[in-house]
Design a protein around this ligand. Structure first.
Ligand code: G3P
Ligand code: MG
Length: 247
């Protein structure tokens, strides 16, 4: 296998527990603790802007309502994506992927962009996020790692920007996943931490894929995964584990 250029520890949704998830404030909070790699969730507005949001709807983490796929970026950009977290973050906006790219490039941070399409927009989101990522990281030493639970989104990303590295996300080991991973040309498979035992880590490595696990918030589990040779640990526990632990 080629050398793996991404840091072992990645902060989940920015550092999305300390500050509102998937906002620039969350990235700033993680970077301030020493984190140099992040995971985030990207989707598209109705008019095709790539921005960060986890859910298919706006209610939980913004002051908006309904699906963001039905709203233009100009409307989404006005939403408060921070007040739900805590008062100091009131008025924190949803970030465009372009703002996150600028932050990561300026601060020497690696990024794993999870392509998180609203239902029915899998291919469009995969292609658009890949094209935007290729543009934003043009000339960068380390491109973002594009991941998704949706093979259709990864196929569209591969077809749009074949040179960008891809990873298949698995919350179960569904039948045929290795053939799908192979067909998608992934460099890594990222599974729920409960699935990533030593045998699966070895199986992935034997297939030429890196092995990463999400969302690892327990120190004992993190130590087990690292001892068995995983290549990446995605965590919410940014102030207790990894670069934020002082270890
Ligand atoms: O990318 C790994 C992890 O973020 C997947 O789960 O639901 O937190 O996006 P979720
Ligand atoms: Mg995610």
């Amino acid at each position: 296998m080629k050398p793996w250029p991404y840091p072992l520890w990645l902060a989940h949704r920015g550092a999305g527990k300390l500050a509102p998830e998937n906002t620039l404030a969350a990235f700033r909070a993680g970077a301030a603790l020493g984190w140099r790699a992040f995971e985030c969730d990207a989707k598209l507005s109705r008019d095709g802007e790539a921005f960060l949001l986890h859910d298919d709807t706006l209610e939980r983490t913004t002051g908006g309502q309904g699906s963001p796929a039905g709203q233009d970026w100009a409307e989404l950009a006005r939403l408060d994506a921070g007040a739900w977290h805590s008062p100091p973050y009131a008025a924190e906006p949803l970030p465009r992927l372009a703002q996150i790219a600028a932050f990561c490039r300026a601060n020497g941070c690696a990024l794993n962009i999870e392509i998180k399409p609203c239902p029915g927009t899998e291919a469009a989101t995969g292609a658009a996020v890949a094209r935007e990522a290729a543009r934003l990281w043009a000339g960068a030493a380390l491109p973002p790692l594009l991941s998704s639970f949706q093979p259709e989104a990864l196929a569209a990303a591969r077809d749009a920007e074949p040179a960008l590295p891809r990873a298949l996300l698995l919350d179960t080991l569904w039948p045929g996943w290795p053939d799908t991973a192979r067909a998608l040309g992934v460099v890594a498979v990222i599974t729920h931490w409960r699935l990533m035992d030593a045998a699966l880590t070895q199986q992935l490595h034997a297939s030429g894929w890196r092995a990463l696990a999400y969302t690892v918030n327990d120190a004992t589990e993190a130590a087990r995964l690292i001892a068995q040779g995983v290549d990446g640990v995605i965590s919410d526990a940014v102030d207790r584990l990894g670069p934020g632990s002082g270890a």
